[in-house]
Design a protein around this ligand. Structure first.
Ligand SMILES: Nc1nc2c(ncn2[C@@H]2O[C@H](COP(=O)(O)OP(=O)(O)OP(=O)(O)O)[C@@H](O)[C@H]2O)c(=O)[nH]1
Ligand SMILES: [Mg+2]
Length: 463
């Protein structure tokens, strides 16, 4: 355990609150705080205890110490703290003035103001957790939906990195043997058992694959599921957007081609964030602006992870419905087929269209807000069919992790192919080393200062 120079920062959100917490961590954190504290002698108190007292300014010329605030000080002794260093948490009144005074007093006593993420960085350096977990701390703090919270928490608890660490260690042992073979050069020796090595690489890839596949879901959980509403002009797309948002966000009119620009807003369903995107109706454009709108619609459709295809049950020609279904299918995107204006059609018409679509249609009336719950349930089910989300198993939400997971997988695929074709040990060793490098960077067993700085600088100060 290393104790670095003492640092301090406000750990609670800046601004006025009932209380604020200032965190101090590092060498002498307790004895330094004790110098400003009037109450019990903090240096003699046990870990995980809280003490009431006052924090004082330096004595003035007449020897008088003015009080900054009444505080509650909690002591955590190394290594039983977040950073594994000595930590003091000072709960004071939540005034900007008091906070500044306390931080200034601490710096007078030799404490340095912490950089963003520096507490978490120290926790990582002291082995409190690995890099994936450290990044999960940032995600946890930033999470603003039930699903993203759950994903971050799973990663914080060790998630996939523990399992990968064990497999990486086994792979290291094999690489050592393969490299030993290289030392024997000309002689034809095999220390590394090829079948066992192959088995291990298959095992690792079996762990990697669900993680790699979880990334698109994980990304959606973190950033919202981009869900585009498309359809012909006047289908009622903007009416639907407004109905789902419960807000007159988009202009609705009976003039076809009303929406020309994309309109976006967020909607939470069952703790999952959807980014709903209303678009210009798809048809042969009548002017340049509409043409740009339609181009944007197509772009949004390419970026979307889910398509709501909305059609006008009253006015669509049966053959047009068939063409439309074929068109969304061709896009390769998962989609929901939604029939609108249920209020204006009769049962016969409904049946006729259902026969033509030959797949389930969710019928709604956007204008009257009917069956919107069915539509929401269908949206939620789309994301939740992903087993990872349901069981709370590890989901990859971080692009850096995704990059190293795929990097490992590709290197192992090459190594396995090499084994199959009987490559020389030096080629094999090279692919294995690439795989190890990716695995090590993933969990933080191999790091560079630049990488650490860039990861931890994304945190906010006090974390
Ligand atoms: N009867 C009925 N009319 C509806 C319903 N939903 C929308 N409309 C009407 O259909 C017309 C078109 O609605 P919009 O929401 O502007 O349609 P849009 O798909 O956004 O059209 P563009 O922006 O032009 O592509 C308006 O007159 C709406 O009042 C519905 O559920 N029932
Ligand atoms: Mg519209």
């Amino acid at each position: 355990m290393i104790q670095l120079d003492p640092i301090a920062a406000l750990a609670t959100a800046p601004g006025i609150g009932a209380i604020a917490v200032i965190r101090v961590s590092g060498q002498d954190a307790i004895s330094i705080t004790n110098r400003l504290f009037r109450g019990k002698d903090l240096t003699k108190q046990a870990s995980h205890t809280a003490h009431f007292g006052t924090l004082r300014n330096r004595p003035d010329a007449s020897g008088e110490e003015t009080i900054i605030d009444e505080v509650l000080v909690t002591i955590f002794r190394a290594p039983r703290s977040f950073t594994k260093e000595d930590v003091v948490e000072i709960s004071c009144h939540g005034s900007e003035f008091i906070i500044q005074q306390i931080l200034r007093r601490l710096t007078e006593e030799g404490v340095r103001l912490a950089r963003p993420g520096e507490f978490t960085q120290r926790a990582f350096l002291n082995g409190q957790f690995d890099l994936v977990q450290a990044e999960a701390v940032a995600d946890l703090i930033a999470s603003d939906s039930d699903a993203s919270h759950r994903a971050a928490l799973t990663q914080l608890r060790g998630g996939f990195s523990r399992q990968l660490k064990t497999l990486r260690q086994q792979l290291i042992d094999f690489v050592a043997l393969v490299e030993l073979e290289l030392d024997f050069g000309e002689e034809d020796v095999e220390f590394a058992h090829r079948d066992q090595l192959r088995q291990l690489m298959h095992d690792i890839r079996r762990v990697l694959h669900p993680l790699i596949e979880s990334f698109s879901t994980g990304n959606a959980i973190k950033n919202g599921v981009p869900t585009v509403i498309i359809g012909k002009p006047n289908a009622g797309k903007s009416t639907l957007l407004n109905a789902l948002l419960n807000e007159e966000k988009a202009i609705v009119s009976d003039i076809p081609g009303t929406t020309r620009d994309v309109i976006e807003d967020e909607l939470f369903i069952d703790g999952i964030r959807f980014r709903l995107i209303d678009t210009a109706g798809l048809r042969q454009a009548t002017d340049t602006i509409e043409a740009i709108g339609i181009e944007r619609t197509q772009q949004k459709m390419r970026d979307a992870s889910l398509v709501i295809y909305l059609f006008d049950g009253l006015n669509i020609a049966p053959t047009d419905l068939r063409d439309a279904v074929a068109e969304v299918q061709a896009s390769g995107k998962p989609y929901l087929l939604i029939g609108n204006k249920l209020d204006a059609i009769d049962a016969g018409r409904k049946e006729e269209l259902e026969g033509i679509a030959s797949e389930p249609i969710v019928w709604i009336s956007a204008a009257r807000h009917t069956h919107l719950d069915e539509l929401k349930a269908a949206l939620s089910a789309h994301v939740r069919t992903d087993a990872a989300v349901q069981t709370g198993s590890a989901v990859v939400t971080n692009a850096r992790h995704y990059e190293h997971l795929t990097g490992t997988d590709n290197a192992l695929a090459r190594a396995i192919a090499g084994l199959d074709t009987g490559v020389t040990p030096d080629w094999l060793a090279m692919d294995l080393r690439v795989a190890l490098q990716h695995l090590g960077e993933l969990t933080g067993e191999i790091t560079t200062d630049d990488l650490l700085d860039s990861i931890f600088s994304k945190f906010c100060i006090g974390k």
